[in-house]
Design a binder for this molecule. Sequence first.
Ligand code: SF4
Length: 395
Amino acid sequence: MNYREFSEKIKIKFLTLQVTKYCNMRCRYCYLPDRNIRSIMQKEILSNFIASAMKESLFEESLTVSWHAGEPLAVPLMHLSGLIECFKELEDAGIKVYHSVQTNATLLNQKIIDFLKKYSFRIGVSIDGPCEINDYSRLFVNGKSSYESTLRGINMLKINSIPFHVISVVSKRSLEQPELIYEFFESNGFRHVSLNCEEPEGIHDKSSLKEKTFFDFVVFYAKLFNIAETRNHSVIFREFYKLLFPSIRKKSIPAYIIPGVYIALGSEGKISSFTPEMLDNEHPKYGPLALGQISTGATIRSQVIENEKVKSMFSDVLKGIKKCKFECKYYESCGGGFPTDKLNCNGTFNSSETFVCRFSIQAPFKVLDNTAPMVIENAKVAYKKYPFISQSFHD
Ligand code: SF4
């Protein structure tokens, strides 16, 4: 099958909406270059995108929308309400739309909570650990601690009985203190936790983990797993979950590497494939990584699926996956990693191992590989009780 025949079957399954680039925080590791810019996505941009994709038959029976990149809840509620109305057209056409939001939770109030409830948002909260760990990286624009404000927001979610999961970025501080972060997650009742490593990305080009070795990563996960084992897995970690219940990826191409399946729509109407990191960065080979612009009159298909630049990117992504397949003993559990991680860490899609995959796949794999089968079976039983529901691309 040639690319054209292949690409004709592509449908959008996942849309990341960057409703604003602005954020009320200045996390030390953030990749976004324009966090001060208060521009917000105008309704016409989203409605044009939806109308165009409908006309081009790019949707199928469901669409997951992730409100992400910048702090989405910094956008006035009335404006968010206007944006979400745009999806009515899809729902009227019988397409089920699932919404999720990734937030620092500091701006939550009852009106926003009622909005999130009304549209059944799945909620991910970003917090890195207890105050001394969280405040190492996550401060407000004025340099003040965000810790209490985030906990206040989390408390509001709990009072309203809204389930949420936590994304925690692991910096050198948390890597050195797994006991402390486990205790924090457990004592706050965080059942589902995703651990993202602090990677060099975008404007954040030096990770605090850069001096840490693979062995340090393994020790970190071994300690976390051991503590969890003694606490009947009171906290479910995405990194172990993915490995305990691997999807069979080796037979097919993972959907997230196919151009157009995962789309990011920027606040000013830029569109790209894969993840929102692509919207504002450039690359020596490809030029701007944003692939197009809504409202130019060009079809979405011609901008993000069927053109020479996208074909060249996809070809490099496939070569990178092939390298993974031949070089890496973790391939069957991993499936070849995320293209944007490869671009960030290695400068090319056509590559295999990354800083990120050593942390999030290889190290936890090594821990489970060296764990007695009976202990693994116990973990599976505990994990099955609380399945990890995917919330966003990086989940
Ligand atoms: S663990 Fe890394 S090197 Fe191995 S398959 Fe995954 S992305 Fe490729």
